[in-house]
Design a protein around this ligand. Sequence first.
Ligand code: B4P
Length: 190
Amino acid sequence: MLNVVIFGAPGSGKGTQSELIIKEYGLDHISTGDVLRAEIKGQTELGRIADDYISKGQLVPDELIIDMLAKVLDSKKESKGVIFDGFPRTIPQAKALKKMLNERGTDVSVMLNLEVEEEELIQRLLKRGEISGRSDDNLETIKSRLDVYHNQTAPLKDYYVTEEKHTAIKGMGTIDEIFARVCEAINAIK
Ligand code: B4P
């Protein structure tokens, strides 16, 4: 299986590049952000809890996310590979992912780290906020999300460097230019 973790700060292009990767490589897509937003829309118990964290720009607690991810992963058993978009975001989530994949006889193939300058991240998210209606695409919440990213998520880079899975991708430029770099990285491990 080709299992790709797409990683980066909020607004780095994870969702955008994931859509293109799915089309090119026929992978299944698991976006924890999308799953959580669907739970919020459906007004489920998980959705109610998640909404509280997301609107403040904080991470939803690991136990809830890991449990949710395990259920989604079980629905992709026949898959030829999965793109993990927005997961893992903490070291415990990364360790849980490794365990879950190992138990299913597979592992993370590569972690693609989209590197984007902070001012560009803010501009992209503010622009999306004009049309998305997302409760977390406003300046105050974007700043909290970036703080959370630096404190809790960025350390995952070192985890994947140690696992020898880390590949840095320059995430500045047009969507097509970035996608060409992404394909080069995926083709190198296939
Ligand atoms: P996510 O849905 O994962 O949101 P994100 O990181 O903000 O978005 P992404 O990085 O995918 O955005 P993209 O660049 O595609 O998470 C939302 C929230 O859910 C989190 O803050 C957290 O609270 C919670 N959550 C999710 N997963 C969790 C987990 N594992 N653990 C705990 N909590 C979790 O798009 C940004 C914009 O940039 C778009 O408008 C796009 O069109 C634009 N763009 C993309 N590439 C561009 C380019 N090259 N040039 C110009 N614009 C570009």
